[in-house]
Design a protein around this ligand. Structure first.
Ligand code: CUA
Length: 341
């Protein structure tokens, strides 16, 4: 039975939400398969129970001589077939899980940054547009969400896309979906996160690509009149927080940042780490914990000064450095370029 046929069959009984993403059909198929298996084996077990009750009730004239205690063939059959079925379900489910949570990266993917906080969802497009409790995306293009929480554990759940992932404080998590149908779909927080957890809801708007382009243009200023891409907003923060007084190329007080994203760093405690999103976030908010080898442990923590949205912007800016976007070389200081420490 096709998805549409199933949906129309149950049109008046909402057994499951509309399916509007690539993963939705396969998730439903897996779910139905597991339900089918459960019904099949329950029917066998209860059928046999009833059959034997009928055959061997006290006083029945069944043949009770020569009872069988052991049947290797039968035991192999009822062990190996369920084992194979179980493993089949495991492999199928694991494949789907991996695809949704950490799929092969796609060049074409649209990156969206999500911050969960009590009690709202803040989204930002790389081109700068910001939305609260709403997300506009084009149909037919994979969307990659990079999510983090400002406070407690939340969970980003879009039933129509069959995707859900916890949004936790302190580390980034991702979620992928590829919308297949234009429309408006529920977004829920699926983790109890306090008094107004039930109000932490929103909408995902899936639009035709042309409409999405229009929407991007119409909303160029985003919220708070920031006419800036995430990287540009990050550059402004870099200036405002005076990160350059240590990190600009000719300062040599802090490690240089050009091209740092994705490289391997050696820390002062000997650990070797990759400068990914999580590392950069920690290096900004809690730098004492990840001092780079050869540098003094002098950077103040920015934990209390930055929101997660701002950290996202700073990281997007740092990612552009060394890729045609060079840091300004400040005037004189430290001509010698001596590395302290
Ligand atoms: Cu956020 Cu529940």
């Amino acid at each position: 039975m096709t998805h549409t046929a199933m949906n129309s069959l149950f049109a008046n009984i909402p057994i499951w939400p509309e399916g509007a993403s690539k993963a939705a059909f396969e998730m439903d198929a897996l779910y139905l398969f597991i339900v089918g298996l459960t019904i099949f084996f329950s029917a066998i077990v209860f059928g046999l129970v009833l059959y034997f009750v009928g055959k061997y009730y006290a006083g029945s004239k069944a043949d009770r001589s020569n009872p069988s205690f052991h049947n290797l063939k039968l035991e192999l059959v009822w062990s190996l077939i369920p084992l194979a079925l179980g493993l089949f379900v495991f492999v199928w489910a694991a494949k789907l899980y991996v695809e949704v949570q950490a799929p092969i990266s796609s060049e074409n993917a649209l990156d969206i940054y999500v911050v969960g906080k009590q009690w709202m969802w803040q989204m930002q497009h790389p081109t700068g547009q910001r939305e609260n409790n709403e997300l506009h995306v084009p149909v037919g293009r994979p969307v990659k969400l990079t999510m983090i929480s400002q406070d407690v554990i939340h969970s980003f759940f879009v039933p129509a896309f069959r995707v859900k992932n916890d949004v936790v404080p302190g580390r980034y998590r991702t979620l992928w979906f590829e919308p297949t149908k234009v429309g408006k779909y529920h977004l829920f927080c699926a983790e109890y996160c306090g008094t107004k957890h039930s109000e932490m809801v929103g909408w995902i708007y899936v639009m035709e690509p042309e409409d999405y382009e229009m929407w991007l243009k119409d909303n160029q200023w985003g919220m708070g009149n920031e006419k800036a891409t995430m990287a540009e907003a990050g550059a402004a923060l870099y200036q405002q927080l005076q990160c350059g007084s240590c990190h600009d190329p000719n300062q040599r007080i802090g490690p240089p940042l050009a091209g740092v994203y994705g490289t391997t760093r050696t820390l002062s405690d000997g650990r070797r780490v990759i400068a990914d999103r999580d590392y950069l976030r920690q290096a900004i908010l809690d730098p004492q914990a990840v001092t780079v080898s050869g540098y003094e442990n002098i950077m103040p923590p920015f934990r209390s000064q930055l929101t997660e949205v701002e950290v996202n912007q700073l990281i997007e800016y740092i990612k552009t450095l060394g890729k045609g976007n060079e840091l300004p070389v400040a005037e004189t200081k430290n001509e010698e370029g001596v590395n302290k420490g």
